[in-house]
Design a protein around this ligand. Structure first.
Ligand code: COI
Length: 353
């Protein structure tokens, strides 16, 4: 590992106005892959700076790019931890395989990341609801115009001190069921955390915003009948006394917070069903009052209450538009484990120092 320290340290942002993903720390990790040079090169930590790219860089044309999102926390004792980082790198390797990109050694990636976090530990905000968001990403860098996989990749990790993903914090969000566009279908890239999935979702998101909604609730790409995910988070509903979340069918992101939420809920005595969930069932449960709560799960979104779902012009208001009991309980448990307020019974907390 080569380390070049920045000579111009940035001023830290106001912790009360962090928002999400607006500020970046002093350093980044870069790790290049070149198939003609034996594969992965030495990792480097260098001052945060622009990339120099050939205009023919293949990912600018054909979108060979993937990313991850995870978080680091600093406790009152000064200890620094990350939440389930190995799972993020394992998932990143799966995305890499789907996009014909180079896979990497997860332990080496973890060691590099831990070193970067140690160097930037002063950037980890400690106020409740804040954390240091970690964004590993990789893209093809070889310059060519033929359509084929790149032989060169740039793996980078940047860090951003963040507050809440949604501007209104934990205020319940408003979703609209998307009936025109689709996010993913069987055999596609829906499960991969690839850049193109997000690009393809932007137009639906912008149209939803114009109608006054925060995000869209995606249905399956084939029949537009089943709930899948929200794009920036997985989704779950409390119907009657059960928590129901769409099963992982290859089109839905394998959320690490989703997985954590399911395990924490089950350990807390809640029944959780992972299954095909028809939107018609959600709508009728909302109408007959058995839809008690809805919430999203994600690294950025954490546990986000959903207050309204618009279906075909009808606003279905959930729990009077307020955060429900199970959602609050889960938010407390998950953030408590992440910040070491609660015991790490599942072995999810990775000690950096
Ligand atoms: C995350 O939750 O980390 C994500 O990657 C979602 C992102 C689109 C903000």
């Amino acid at each position: 590992m080569k380390i070049e320290l920045s000579k111009n340290r940035k001023q830290k942002p106001d912790v009360n106005a962090l928002g999400f993903g607006k500020y970046f720390t002093d350093h980044m990790l870069v790790w290049e892959y070149d198939s003609s040079e034996g594969g992965w090169q030495e990792q480097m930590i260098i001052p945060y700076d622009d990339f120099k790219l050939d205009p023919a860089c293949c990912s600018l044309h054909y979108g060979q790019g993937i990313f991850e999102g995870l978080k680091a926390y600093k406790g009152e004792d000064g200890g620094v931890t990350m939440f389930r980082p190995r799972d993020n790198f394992l998932r990143m390797n799966k995305s890499a395989q789907r996009l014909c990109m180079a896979t990497f050694d997860v332990d080496e990636a973890l060691r590099g990341l831990a070193q970067l976090i140690k160097l930037e530990e002063d950037w980890i905000p400690t106020q409740a609801g804040t954390s240091l968001y970690i964004r590993p990403f990789m893209f093809g860098t070889e310059p060519f115009l033929g359509v084929h996989p790149s032989g060169k990749f740039m793996f980078t990790i940047i860090l951003s001190p963040v507050g809440s993903y949604y501007a209104n914090g934990l205020e319940p969000t408003k979703l609209i069921v998307e009936d025109k566009y689709t996010r993913a279908s069987q055999g596609g890239t829906g499960e991969a955390k690839c850049m193109g999935n997000y690009a393809a979702s932007l137009l639906a998101g912008e149209e939803a915003k114009k109608k006054g909604f925060d995000q869209v609730l995606w249905l399956d790409g084939e029949e537009k009948k089943y709930v899948t995910e929200v794009g920036s988070m997985n989704i779950a509903f409390v119907i009657g006394d059960k928590v129901v979340t769409p099963e992982l069918d290859g089109t839905i992101l394998r959320g690490i917070t989703r997985d954590s939420a399911i395990k924490v809920l089950r350990a807390g005595g809640y029944e959780v069903e992972e299954r095909k969930l028809p939107i018609a069932e959600v709508v009728s449960a909302a109408r007959d009052g058995s839809l008690k709560e809805a919430f999203g799960t994600g690294t950025a979104a954490v546990i986000s209450p959903v207050g309204t779902i618009n279906f075909s012009g009808e606003d279905l208001v959930i729990n009077n538009g307020e955060m429900g009991k199970i959602t609050s309980w889960l938010y407390d448990r998950i953030t408590g484990i992440q910040t070491r307020r609660y015991a790490d019974d599942f072995g999810w907390v990775y000690r950096v120092k």
